[in-house]
Design a binder for this molecule. Sequence first.
Ligand code: UDP
Ligand code: MG
Length: 330
Amino acid sequence: MQTSTESATTTITGTVRPSITCVVPAFNEADGIASFLNGLCAHLAGITEHYDVIVVDDGSSDSTGLEVIAASGGLPVRLLSLSRNFGKEAAISAGLDQAGGEVVVIIDADFQQPFATIDEFIRQWQQGYDMVYGLRTNRDTDPPIRRFLSRNFYRLLSRWSSVDIPADAGDFRLLDRRVVTALKDLPERSRFMKGLYNWVGFRSVAVPFVYGERHAGKSKFNFSRLFDLAMTGLTSFSAYPLRLWLGAGALVSSGSLGYAGFIIIRTMRHGSSVPGWASLAVAVTFLGGVQLLSIGILGEYVGRIFTEVKGRPNYVIAERHGFSGEKDKS
Ligand code: UDP
Ligand code: MG
């Protein structure tokens, strides 16, 4: 992995201009989506004439879909409406399944990721990179607790799994067609996109960018959603938590064997005594806790297996706008 040092303001000079498909997951973004699409299309038109935008309306309860249709007049913007809120990971998968460009750029619908960085993505692609991902240089738009948890989560994940995901990388990235094909071929249901991008491999490079403020609406990721995502990430990319309890079990068992030995010797030397209920109670409750925790961890994995075995699609498309005669693929 390398980091690009080129300035994001230089113009694109390469002669090879790829066709670009932008995938935009949008959930309750009605307030800002029209101006976002206008801005994005104006920017893409400056790069190449062969571009299109796929907005995936992830079951919004506001008028996001209608706003997209209204804004799409005269612009190469298409809309996929999912039948309910399936989550950002599924929305991205839905967009990737339909994306036709030589390169695909995934970008949020809230202006937090600057359009100018896309120029730098293309420049790096022209240099031969298959995946170019944005690396946030600032985290001040996130609450401190989210920053703390996210940094430590990625540290833990890279220690416990074979994928090494930079904490400051996100979904904002350019994917070559080969990468998109590889991602589409992955059959798994628990989709932790950041892990999957890393898992498929290919030549990757990071481009630093400044994460801006939201122009409208508010962040959709509350603590419980982030916790959910973290559990998916951890359990789909690491079996280490299971092994951890093997170690804990061994430690506690050998400890209790040692204690048993100690009691036997003490009884032989000093005879039996009644006191000891406190240590008993502590041992029982402690072991109960350890068992419950390990059963919980097992349950997380069994739950994932259950999801995979059911084989349900990752998303369901309710409506398509601007797609002609293509078959649904989900
Ligand atoms: N998003 C989505 N489905 C969801 C949650 C979010 O498609 O269930 C979209 C959202 O509309 C936005 C992007 O994912 O375009 C990033 O979400 P957000 O800005 O809330 O995340 P943050 O910037 O706080 O990480
Ligand atoms: Mg955002």
